[in-house]
Ligand binder design. Structure first.
Ligand SMILES: Cc1ncc(COP(=O)(O)O)c(C=O)c1O
Length: 457
């Protein structure tokens, strides 16, 4: 059949609240035009993030009742450990409360002043944790990954020539680990090919550098490999996942994405000495090694979610529904980052609002307008998040001005997505009337979360 349906029935529902245009205007004013400061109850369709926002299955909720909450050696831990080991093949599986806790432990051991950590593109918490350890975080995206219009299959890839040059200029001894983020979130949710994973792993191995996957969206990446990479059409996603992990020495994972849970993560690798150090750090801030920062019921839900995510009917529906949103927006003339990624559509706000200069935050203007028009919450990924003033106080814009519409897993149906399309097209139709914003108050770091804005007069 041509129609792709949600591969699930809905057993439990949560009402969403409709607001009037006047109410939304008041909400925007109270939240200082920052959607992070808007109560979730006032949002109709929440596309702020795909992280921790999945709907759990009946089997996951059932599993939570089976959670073994023993402090040490809980049955739920062994179920979680064997599931992660079956998928990744790694010897040591260390549960953490979310992805950034795994990153903090890893970089506390491998990072430090004088160290360089390459990545196809660091996610913001990965960069922050590497830098917090004193290390330098270096992004090595390919040129095609930086072109928002270019249609290519694997725009998330690492520039392996640039990795080779970095090793020569900085010295392999100063590069303790190289990370590959799958899919590449900061690069638009774009996938990484198996060939690129294999090549990067080979370079790292030949220089004695550890190679880790940042594996939050490993299943979405594997599905793209199946659909796009030569030789994988007839290979199961489960086997593709095993092959991806087989090239790596370890992985960090935020289970809040492709493990279909609301909280959780892990660190996994083979090295015994590294494991002993990681477990010592784990005990100080996360917890005993058989629960990390998680309850037994969370470990059950992750184990179950890691199986469900590999259902190819689910992955087909997931990737296709994001693509559908992208196709309909492109058909309406809306500029987006192409091709659509695995978990989100990114509107190209610089093209959407060419009359709003980066210093007046075109992305923020689009974010506000989507809420004003239809109660949709999205997030600016542009000069609010990454712009800065240099030492002379001169504004330096972000490389791109994007607005991310992240799609929570198994939460919204096609009619919700059709509504989103209608709202975006409505805003796009009157884009010439949209104005920029200025920041009236901002914190010293990570300003996008709490900055206050006002419309430019
Ligand atoms: C690629 C990537 N790495 C790491 C993280 C951090 O995970 P967490 O939010 O669970 O700390 C995220 C979260 O969005 C991510 O997208």
């Amino acid at each position: 059949m041509k129609t792709i349906i949600e591969p699930f029935k809905i057993k439990s529902v949560e009402p969403i609240r409709f607001t009037t245009p006047e109410e939304r205007e008041a909400v925007l004013r109270r939240g200082h035009y920052n959607l992070f400061l808007v109560p979730a109850e006032d949002v109709l369709i929440d596309l702020l993030t795909d992280s921790g926002t999945s709907a759990m299955s009946a089997a996951q909720w059932g599993g939570m009742m089976q959670g073994d909450e023993s402090y040490a050696g809980a049955k739920s831990f062994f179920r979680f450990e064997s599931k992660v080991r079956e998928l990744t093949g790694f010897r040591h599986i260390i549960p953490t409360h979310q992805g950034r806790a795994a990153e903090r432990i890893l970089f506390a051991i491998l990072g430090g002043a004088g160290r360089v950590i390459p990545n196809n593109a660091h996610f913001d918490t990965t960069r922050a944790n590497a830098e917090f350890s004193g290390a330098e975080a270096v992004d090595l995206p390919t040129a095609e990954g930086l072109d928002p219009e270019l249609l290519a299959d694997f725009k998330g890839n690492m520039d392996t020539d640039a990795l080779g040059r970095l090793i020569v200029t900085r010295g392999a001894g100063n590069i303790p680990v190289c990370i590959m983020t799958i899919t590449n979130n900061s690069g638009g949710g774009q996938p990484v090919s198996m060939e690129n994973i294999r090549t990067t792993a080979g370079i790292c191995r030949s220089h004695g550098i550890l190679f880790f996957l940042d594996a939050c969206r490993f299943a979405e990446n594997a599905y793209f490999i199946k659909k796009r990479e030569k030789g994988y059409a007839d290979v199961s996603v489960r086997e593709i996942v095993r092959e991806m992990f087989s090239y790596a020495d370890g992985a960090t994972m935020s289970a809040k994405k492709d493990a279909l849970v609301n909280m959780g993560g892990f660190l996994a690798f083979n090295d015994d000495a590294l494991a002993a150090r990681a477990r010592n750090l784990l005990i100080i801030t996360e917890g005993f090694p058989t629960y990390g920062g998680l309850a037994g019921r969370d470990l059950e839900a992750i184990a179950q979610g890691l199986d469900e995510i590999l259902d190819e009917n689910y992955l087909h529906y997931r990737i296709r529904s994001v693509e559908y949103l992208g196709e309909r927006l492109v058909a309406g003339g809306v500029p987006i980052l192409r091709p659509p990624g695995g978990h989100a559509i990114y509107l190209n706000a610089r093209k959407f609002l060419p009359h709003v200069p980066p210093a007046e935050f075109p992305g923020q203007s689009v974010v506000v307008e989507l809420y004003r028009e239809g109660g949709i919450r999205s997030v600016e990924i542009g000069s609010v998040m990454f712009g800065r003033n240099d030492a002379r106080g001169v504004f330096v814009p972000a490389r791109m001005e994007l607005v991310r519409l992240a799609i929570p897993r198994r939460v919204y149906t096609q009619s919700h997505i059709d509504y989103v399309i209608e709202v975006v097209l409505e805003c796009f139709g009157r884009r010439e009337k949209m104005k920029g914003y200025r920041i009236v108050e901002e914190p010293p770091m990570l300003r996008h979360f709490t900055a206050k804005f006002a419309p430019v007069a």
